[in-house]
Design a protein around this ligand. Structure first.
Ligand SMILES: [Mg+2]
Length: 461
């Protein structure tokens, strides 16, 4: 926390008054108990009161960005400055443009960041599914960080307290054409203490095996970015069996005692997904992820109802409503919001609480820096049906060093401890962040060009 340079006059003026009040109250209590409290005792009693700020006078004065690259993804970290010398941190979702946050600066200047919900509702209309939510969420996180700092409590405490002190994390593992090599890599993660794994295995790997895939141009990679159900690509029984056998060989190395989730199976239609999932039933998977677009809810429900592999989706969904449609109709077995898309710390807790009513657990997609990870940690700590959180950065040696505050390593035996410091519970390590800025980016340079961005923002007329 930066030292308070602009302590408001009212805060200074109030302090003797509060002291007088406490003295009187103490004297009364002391008299009632027949005891006398010395001035030293009174000083000790109030020494933990946070004098860094006057929350009711706090105002947002600036929003700046430092874009970190290679963490392993691109992470635009934002800093919201205030009139009281303290700041809050947030992060735009991995791979999204910093502009999503900067375009909101003019909308929040002068507002009190402790009014988190008021700010969120004002800027919510500028978010959307996928990366479009990045700016709204980054600001929401930074406001929580500020509110925690001025009131002197960790974010999870403001959400109602915690269900757990540490979060179980699943790790991604670099793949290989050889399932034994893949299995050995995963086994190394297991020896590090991880207890849940995720593997990406797609039909692209088998596109040149005769009779495995249909609808593709032989020898060409399957087109990315095309919606699954209109791609014209289908997997055959042979292809489905080949993919399942690959996972079984990984299982032989890593064992049957750990959950494995599978993602990025490829672009194909509903019937192919059912064929593939049925072949994978013997692999005892924790979940099969994002098999078709999340908004194709009728097709997704037929898949979920037909196969004995848990179906999971959610990393591209913005706000509660779409999650509720999935949960109310049991379209999926597991929801998987990315807090940086789903609407931030409070909205994601509410999404978890909603899913809980339908008996559905909440896993969390996460591919950011430790700023993003800690925002997730506070939300996950305070959400009962939290299952497991993603960690993409096991192989990035400087990832932990981007921040100071919590004990290192941040990830121990496959779990991340929930920070106990105020707000997010972290500070940026300026030196390390500067070493990993994206080319052409600077460390929280001024952004006056965004001070007067305006439009007619109303949603109704
Ligand atoms: Mg995914």
């Amino acid at each position: 926390m930066k030292p308070s340079l602009e302590r408001p006059l009212r805060s200074r003026r109030n302090r003797p008054g509060r002291r007088e009040f406490l003295k009187k109250a103490t004297a009364l209590l002391g008299a009632a108990a027949g005891t006398f409290w010395a001035d030293e005792t009174l000083d000790a009693a109030v020494q933990n009161v946070n004098r860094n700020s006057a929350p009711s006078q706090l105002k947002i004065t600036d929003l700046r960005v430092a874009v970190v690259a290679g963490a392993p993804f691109t992470c635009p970290i934002i800093r919201i400055d205030t009139n009281q010398g303290i700041y809050g941190l947030g992060e735009v979702r991995d791979g999204a443009s910093k502009t999503y946050a900067l375009m909101l600066k003019s909308r929040i200047l002068g507002m009190n960041p402790c009014n988190i919900e008021q700010i969120f509702r004002k800027i919510r209309q500028f978010g959307g599914h996928g990366r479009m939510a990045g700016g709204v969420v980054a600001i929401e996180e930074a406001c929580w960080d500020l509110a925690g700092k001025v009131y002197g409590v960790p974010i999870y405490q403001m959400l109602g307290g915690k269900y757990r002190d540490q979060l179980r994390c699943y790790c991604d593992t670099p793949d290989s054409p050889d399932p034994k090599v893949f299995g050995e890599r995963m086994k190394q993660r297991k020896e590090m203490g991880f207890t849940w794994f995720k593997m990406d295995i797609g039909i692209n790997r088998f596109r040149n095996v005769p009779g495995a895939v249909s609808g593709t141009v032989q020898g060409m990679p399957i087109e990315r970015g095309r919606e699954h159900t209109i791609s014209g690509v289908e997997i055959t029984h042979k292809g489905a069996e080949l993919m399942a056998e690959y996972i079984m060989k990984v299982r032989e190395v890593v064992g049957w005692d750990v959950p494995i989730s599978v993602d990025h199976v490829g672009t194909m239609g509903e019937n192919s997904i059912i064929r593939l999932a049925k072949a994978m039933e013997k692999c005892n998977l924790a979940w099969l992820e994002d098999v078709i677009p999340w908004y194709q809810t009728e097709q997704l429900k037929r898949i979920t109802d037909t196969v004995d592999v848990p179906i999971c989706t959610g990393e591209d969904i913005y706000l509660m409503d779409e999650f509720e449609k999935l949960c109310r109709n049991h379209v999926v077995d597991v929801i998987h919001p990315d807090l940086s898309t789903s609407g931030g710390i409070l909205e994601t807790k509410r999404i978890g609480d909603m899913a809980m009513r339908y008996g559905i657990p909440m896993a969390m997609h996460m591919a950011g820096s430790p700023v993003c990870a800690m925002a997730n940690a506070h939300c996950a700590a305070a959400t009962q049906n939290f299952l497991v959180m993603e960690n993409h950065s096991v192989d990035i040696p400087w990832w932990d060093d981007l921040v100071t505050g919590p004990p290192k390593p941040l990830m121990q035996k496959g779990h991340m401890r929930v920070p106990e410091g105020p707000g997010l519970g972290i500070e940026l390590n300026e030196e390390v962040v500067k070493q990993h800025l994206m080319m052409g980016e600077s460390y929280f340079a001024p952004t006056p060009e965004w001070d007067r961005e305006r439009s007619a923002d109303q949603l109704y007329s």
